[in-house]
Design a protein around this ligand. Sequence first.
Ligand SMILES: Cc1cc2nc3c(=O)[nH]c(=O)nc-3n(C[C@H](O)[C@H](O)[C@H](O)COP(=O)(O)OP(=O)(O)OC[C@H]3O[C@@H](n4cnc5c(N)ncnc54)[C@H](O)[C@@H]3O)c2cc1C
Length: 443
Amino acid sequence: MTFFLFFFSLTARRCHPTGAVIAHFHTSSIVSAKQHYKMLVLGGGTGGIAMSARMKRVVGADNVAVVEPAEMHYYQPIWTLVGAGAKTLASSGRPTASIIPSGVKWVKSAVQEINPQTNTVRTEDGNEISYEYLIVALGLQLHYEKIKGLPEGFEHPKIGSNYSIKTVEKTWKALQDFKEGNAIFTFPNTPVKCAGAPQKIMYLTDAYLRKTGKRDKAKVIYNTSLPVLFGIKKYAETLWDIVKTRDLQVNLRHNLIEVRADKQEAVFENLDKPGETTVFEYEMLHVTPPMGPHFVVKGSPLADEAGWLDVNKDTLQHNKYPNVFGIGDCTNLPTAKTGAAVAAQSAILNRTINKVMKNEKPDKKYDGYTSCPLVTSYNTVVLAEFDYNGQPLETFPLNQAKERRLMYFMKADVMPHLYWHGLLRGFWGGPGPYRKLLHLGMK
Ligand SMILES: Cc1cc2nc3c(=O)[nH]c(=O)nc-3n(C[C@H](O)[C@H](O)[C@H](O)COP(=O)(O)OP(=O)(O)OC[C@H]3O[C@@H](n4cnc5c(N)ncnc54)[C@H](O)[C@@H]3O)c2cc1C
């Protein structure tokens, strides 16, 4: 209840009575004389905008700049529903200009190089910007090109991918055009963002095919590189029950290596038997691409051995450069990469930076909180929430491993508002305080 009150008070404060969202004014970026900022944020995605809003309150808008090349900002989690025709792509995006906190400088360019020894970054257009404190929020990179036959294969029908703005609507098209045969869903052999998304679209496809009377003509197959269906046992048990009941075939340790889109064939390697490959014909293919660290982070002294931003898992401060901080998908935080994790991290990072600025020791620890609303049909969700240890950390005082309509409502209708009006404005730091309240202080 408190959660909903919080949510509605936020939306009420932030929306115009007509329902239109008021765009903020911000300083334009094209010509810039000032090339030094007290607080420089790299990336204007989920973590970058949330931290800009918070840092504006700490050091003042004039002292904060965000480097972000994209004209549009997208709420990526809703793409799962866009791919299944339950939401429109247009509803997922807003102009970047409207979400940069008012007064904060938007540097409309891409960062190319980070030099933490000189406290500078270089942008694509050749400018050098210096900083006192740096927050890196560059997200991760999608690597469709690591699968033979992609990305050009997306020019053919019957194939889509919810992970990219360019291909998410192709998923919905492939689903609508389905006649008979295999509907195949993949999970790559790399870390991914929102590890539930590759299978959510499978459950939605199954539901759609049942609704349209085509399910008996379809074989629904989930080919995953992982040795498990889902990493957290409590939720995996529910998911295994669902796949059995709905006759969904799961092939573990199957990694997509090639798409022959002209022939509607997908080639998988068996990760447990090197050299062994299997060709699957498909009537519909949903690809989750391999993913990896951002090339700018990877090529900088800020990276760990694998290329991810090397931060302290408790405080989010960089392990070598104390005036550098990280948030979100670009970091090496050992938790699942999600927007929900970014929300919890933003509150901790805010606290850490405040302490560091006062020459005090950071005192609050991030517990690894992350969440994955596993959409299991057009009106049900299993809301997985867990911490660094893979222990469930559930907000609601009910068993969240059950499929629930309430959680679908949360995913489809509440969370987008919480994102635009709470998280991006630096007011939503995850459900921690509400969890405590809803569990009468016991969690
Ligand atoms: C299909 C799908 C489903 C998902 N479902 C969920 C879900 O249900 N729940 C959930 O919590 N999360 C979900 N996520 C994950 C969530 O969207 C991400 O984890 C989150 O957005 C990460 O935030 P970030 O700030 O780290 O990265 P991003 O939000 O990706 O932001 C990175 C930003 O950096 C910018 N950038 C890139 N290169 C440069 C450069 N060189 N210079 C400057 N800027 C640059 C980009 O343009 C972007 O704006 C989903 C994601 C997808 C794709």
